[in-house]
Each structure stands twice: as C-alpha cells, then as structure tokens.
Design a protein around this ligand. Structure first.
Ligand SMILES: [Zn+2]
Length: 330
C-alpha cells in the first residue's frame, strides 16, 4: 500500500520536463482516484509555491492551512460530497463535518469567517489526517520524484527540477487541477453542469477580502497609488484598492510582497496584465523597506520572501500567458 508511506525518497535523480509531463498526465488521466484529496493537495502546493525556504522545504502548517481551507469551503460552504463511493464518506469530509457540528457552525460559513482559534484547531486535525492519507499517496501517484518527505518531520522538500517545472507551467497546472477536481465532484454530486462547479473550485481558495493587507499597507506605506502616484485618502472616500502586482489569475495566492495600494482606475485598467518593468524595480525596493519596517514590529509577512521569487514570477509571467504589459501612461 502506498497511501500510508511514512518516508519517501526521491527515486530518480535526472528528470526531464517530459518525465514530469508524463507523471502529471498519468496522475490526471490514469490514476485511480476514489477521493478528492490528491487534487486538493496539488491545489495547496500551487497556492504555497512561493512559501518554500531556500532549500525548497514547505512546512506542513502552511500546506495544510490551504488544504483545510479548500476542503472546508467545498464540504461546508458548498456541501459537496468528496468520495466516489455513495456510502463511504472520505475521512477528511468526516472530520470537517463533525467539527462543524460539534461547534454548531452554520452550514454555509466560509473558512475565512471562522474565528482564528477554530481555524487553528481544525487545521491541526486535518494536518494529522492529511499526513497519513495524502502525502504518501500523491508522492506514489506522481512517480515518486516530486518531493521527499519523512512524516516525523514537519515539512516536505520539493525536487528542484519539479519545482522549477511547476513555476514555469503554474497557470496551466492550476487550470488542469481545477478542471479535474470539478470533474471528480461532478461525477459524485447531483450538480447540473461542470461550469457551475468549475467556478466554485476556481474560487474556493480565494480570500474573501484583502482588507487585512489594506490595513497593513495603509499603515506602513506612503498613501499614493503605486502606479500613477495619485494620493489615496480614506477620509475623502476615494476608493483604495489592493492590487496583485503579479496578477492573481497566475499566482493564485495573496502575499504581502506581491500587493500594492492603488487607485481604482489603475487597478481596474491593469486587471490581468503585467506592469511595466520599471514597476518591478519599484516593488523590489518597496519590499526591502517594508520588510525592514515589519521586522522591527515583529510582523511575519516577509518570512519566506526573497527578491528572486518576485523576479522569477515576473520572468515566468509571459510563459504563463500573462503577456500583455501595462502602464498607467499608455
Ligand atoms: Zn493610479
């Protein structure tokens, strides 16, 4: 049995892009998926791609925070069944439903709305189950070379060529993962059509609001639009937006180092485009200052940041279909 592996070593030393495509295609099209776990895990990897340290190690707390959020929203908020068996519930679904029931949490509450102590408690439970059921299973299903792990440790470590491959093809892998998760859920739920589910799956890990980041940026930053320089003032009631410098459709996660204050016009016009290269230099400088200030105040937001991550994302944007470059002066 491979699902209950406790240790997984990287089985192949030299790996080509073709090997990785084959492993992914086998995973999507040929593996025998009876529960939705593995799609959820891959979705969580993608969301945490830039949360690794310099050794490409990803902490289980971060990984299972995303994983729990995804499952909570699917199971509680959207009431979706997560197993291919009509009678046998998946363990993760069971844990989440029992938790919601024991605290009398309303059926439609999203994960973001849970009090933080409840979030911590449920993440802890899911981490325990996820380590047991998912880490080894996904490792085996993808050719035993995507990452290495030892369940006694609190992290796994990505294989370098696989990590780089995922960076270069992040967007298409994200779309494939969402599609296959939606397809799985469609097969096992009484739902009218896949577009309905695809939409839910695509947005299941999206934060409800960026207000938390807005507050931090507004406190520490100069109150001007990052792009056009127009003053931003809450008191005057002109709308302040938080913009994803690297578009959300590509990065699919919210990191303070990728967020800037902007005016409504710039945010809406920039939309899914990449800002001109001069803004890359500006945000790198901004991040250096902001990281310093936050560190002084013991705020953790730049824990896994280094400027190469942002430069990589900028560089890989084109490869991921974000090819249109925008400037407020166009
Ligand atoms: Zn502006």
């Amino acid at each position: 049995m491979s699902w209950n592996l406790k240790i997984g070593e990287i089985q192949q030393s030299y790996i080509t892009d073709e090997d990785i495509w084959i492993a992914l295609n086998n995973f999507f099209f040929r593996s025998n998926v009876t529960m939705s776990y593995k799609f959820g895990l891959l979705k969580s990897f993608l969301e945490n791609l830039y949360m690794v340290n310099e050794k490409l190690e990803l902490n289980y707390d971060h990984l299972f925070y995303s994983f729990t959020k995804i499952y909570w929203n699917l199971v509680i908020h959207h009431s979706l069944w997560q197993s291919s068996s009509k009678t046998q519930k998946s363990s993760i679904q069971k844990i989440i439903e029992e938790f919601a029931k024991s605290y009398s949490i309303p059926q439609d509450l999203t994960f973001d709305k849970l009090p933080s102590n409840a979030q911590i408690e449920i993440v802890k439970k899911i981490k325990k189950a996820g380590k047991r059921y998912v880490i080894g299973a996904f490792y085996s299903d993808t050719g035993k070379f995507f990452y290495e792990f030892d369940l006694k440790l609190e992290y796994l470590r990505f294989n370098i060529p696989v990590y780089k491959f995922i960076q270069r093809h992040q967007r298409i892998i994200t779309y494939m993962t969402n599609y296959h998760l939606a397809l799985f859920l469609e097969r096992n739920n009484q739902i009218p059509n896949i577009n309905y589910l695809l939409n839910k799956v695509e947005n299941v890990s999206k934060r409800e609001s960026l207000n938390h980041f807005l507050t931090i940026l507004y406190q520490y930053e100069e109150k001007i639009c990052f792009y056009c320089g127009k003053p931003l003032n809450v008191a005057k009631n002109n709308l302040i937006h938080v913009d994803h410098f690297i578009p959300w459709s590509f990065i699919q996660s919210d990191n303070l180092w990728n967020l800037v204050l902007s005016c409504q016009t710039c945010n809406l016009k920039k939309n899914d485009k990449l800002a001109e290269e001069v803004y890359l230099n500006n945000i790198l400088g901004r991040n250096e200052d902001l990281a310093f200030k936050l560190k002084e105040d013991n705020q953790p937001h730049f824990e896994f940041y280094n400027q190469e991550k942002l430069i990589d994302l900028y560089k890989f944007s084109n490869l991921n279909g974000i090819s249109e470059v925008w400037s407020p002066y166009m």
